[in-house]
Each structure stands twice: as structure tokens, then as C-alpha cells.
Design a protein around this ligand. Structure first.
Ligand code: AAT
Length: 292
């Protein structure tokens, strides 16, 4: 028990707990914001845990990081300025760095200790920080976006932890309003949006806020991540008013970008077929989410 909640009492998934065999604890510490744990698992490689919640495992991080980045960046022509919210492990930066059109990548992560720990234990993710286009801002992303100039970004990627603790504000209306304002017309947001199996009400709330704040297209998409509760995680894809964005058939497909595929690390999960497949919802989710 390395967290402040009892096993079956995490407010994000009450009544269930998920386990992995720990081969070795590599790091345990506490920052101003959260408890940080890194362990070597028997089946999923090294695992990063914040406040008792798995944030990533080496074996399946590709599914999350590749989807949260390439779904939005392949949907707009030649993205140049990108903001990452959270993402202190660097995996999202690593994926953005495939896009040769990108000129500037801002990242706003609240917890410097997460960055330091990931640089030590997850070099295959933290390599993202080495891209010279990256500018790191340590601080609360809600505050950062309140001060961001209007129309500054082509894309904003919200790779944040669950909305208990420091990420609470990142699912609330004022955050989405400042996000929409910081995007240029026709810019896109891709935001971690939890599991369709576990978080219907939260997703409905996020969708209805986004329908009011973003005047373009809004979709809930999902991918499979075995080490996250329920094994699935979703994202909200939103575009602002401006050139319409057809997320379903990407205008900037990955296969057409030589630089993206020739990156030092091969794509393991994302391709154009899985991009389109991510929009297909099971019947129950369609019923619960389509009306919102
Ligand atoms: N790349 C997958 C890992 C994450 S990490 C999410 C990061 O968001 C953490 O490093 C956390 O410190 C940071 N964060 C939380 N709140 C804020 C904030 N207000 N401002 C800036 N950064 C913040 C995501 C995993 C998703 C797991 C889903 N269950």
C-alpha cells in the first residue's frame, strides 16, 4: 500500500483495484504535489505511479503517447506551435518531435520531481526533453493558460493525471475556455478523457463543456492501454471555429511524413487505420456519449 487511498477506495474507481507483480522498487519519494513511485514489474517493464495511480508502463506507453499526439497532429496541415499540459515523463514530447513541421513545443508540468525521476528511470521517454524545440515551464497549467496569448497554438495536448489532486482544474469549464482562447482558429485540442467503462458522467460533463466552448468538431476517441483501469482510455478531440477539421480522415497522414517514420524510435501502435478506428464507439458508449 504505497498511496493515501485504501486499495478498493480510490475515488476514480471505487470498488476495484488493479495489481501488477513488483520485482523491485526503484524509487519512492514525495514531492510538494504527490507521492511518486517507480518499480520494475514482472510483465510490463518499469512503471511510474503517482498517488497510487499507474501513469505509464514501458510495455504499453506507446498506445497512449502515440495516440494522444498523432490523432491531433495528423488532423491539421503542418502544425507549428504545440503546447503540452502535464506530460512530465517526456513521452508526449518524444512523439511530437517526429513532426518536422513543428517549430515550437511548450510544455507546462507542475511537478519538477516527476521530470527528474523520469530522466533517471525512463530515458526512452525523457529523451523528448532533448529536442531543441522544447521549452519547459514548471508550474500549474491552468495558470499558464490563463496568461497565454490568444491564438498562440496550433495544437494543445493535455496529458494530465486524473482529476483528483493537482489536475482537478484541468477538467473544469474555465480551463477549457482558456484552452480554446489559446488556440488559433482551426486549432485542435486533444485531452485525456478517462475510460468509457468507468467515467460516463465525467466524460459527459467534459463533452458538454467542450460543445459550448469549442465551435468546431468534438469527438470522444479511445485506445487500449492494458495497465490503466478497465484497460481502455479515451481522449476528447476538439477544434475551434475556423477552417473545419475533419478528424476522421487525417489531412496530414503519418505515412506521408518521412520524418515521422524515420525517427530513432519506430512507431509501435499508431497508424492511419487505428486513427480512424479510434472513433468507433461500442453501442453503450454511443448511447451515453452521443447526446452530449
Ligand atoms: N504520459 C502519461 C503520464 C501521465 S502524467 C500526468 C502529469 O500531469 C503528471 O506528471 C502530473 O504532475 C501532471 N499534472 C497534474 N496536474 C497538473 C497541472 N495542474 N498542471 C501541470 N501539470 C499537471 C498521464 C497519465 C494519465 C493516467 C490516466 N489514468
Amino acid at each position: 500500500k504505497a498511496n493515501k487511498f485504501h486499495y478498493y477506495n480510490n475515488p476514480m474507481w471505487p470498488g476495484e483495484a488493479h495489481s501488477m507483480k513488483v520485482e523491485k522498487i526503484l524509487y519512492q519519494g514525495k514531492s510538494e504535489y504527490q507521492e511518486i513511485l517507480v518499480f520494475e514489474s514482472s510483465n510490463y517493464g518499469k512503471v511510474l505511479v503517482l498517488d497510487g495511480i499507474v501513469q505509464l508502463a514501458e510495455k504499453d506507453e506507446c498506445a497512449y503517447q502515440e495516440m494522444i499526439v498523432h490523432l491531433p497532429l495528423c488532423s491539421i496541415p503542418s502544425p507549428k506551435t504545440v503546447l503540452v499540459v502535464g506530460g512530465g515523463d517526456g513521452g508526449v514530447l518524444r512523439e511530437i518531435s517526429r513532426h518536422t513541421s513543428v517549430e515550437k513545443i511548450d510544455i507546462c508540468e507542475i511537478d519538477e520531481l516527476v521530470i527528474d525521476v523520469c530522466k533517471k528511470y525512463f530515458p526512452d521517454l525523457a529523451v523528448g526533453f532533448e529536442d531543441p524545440r522544447v521549452q519547459l515551464h514548471v508550474g500549474d497549467a491552468a495558470e499558464f493558460l490563463r496568461n497565454a496569448p490568444s491564438g498562440m497554438y496550433d495544437a494543445i495536448i493535455v496529458d494530465s493525471s486524473d482529476p483528483i489532486g493537482p489536475a482537478q482544474e484541468l477538467v473544469e469549464r474555465p480551463f477549457f475556455e482558456t484552452t480554446a482562447r489559446a488556440l488559433r482558429p482551426g486549432g485542435v485540442l486533444c485531452c485525456m478523457a478517462e475510460s468509457m467503462w468507468l467515467h460516463t458522467h465525467l466524460i459527459q460533463d467534459m463533452l458538454s463543456i467542450c460543445r459550448e466552448t469549442f465551435k468546431g468538431s468534438i469527438h470522444y476517441v479511445w485506445t487500449s492501454v492494458p495497465t490503466y483501469p478497465s484497460g481502455a482510455i479515451g481522449f476528447l478531440l476538439c477544434s475551434t471555429n475556423g477552417t473545419p477539421v475533419n478528424f476522421l480522415s487525417p489531412i496530414n497522414p503519418i505515412e506521408k511524413q518521412e520524418g515521422a517514420l524515420k525517427h530513432s524510435r519506430e512507431l509501435k501502435y499508431y497508424n492511419s487505420e487505428i486513427h480512424t478506428a479510434a472513433f468507433a464507439l461500442p453501442t453503450f458508449a454511443m448511447k451515453e456519449l452521443k447526446a452530449y
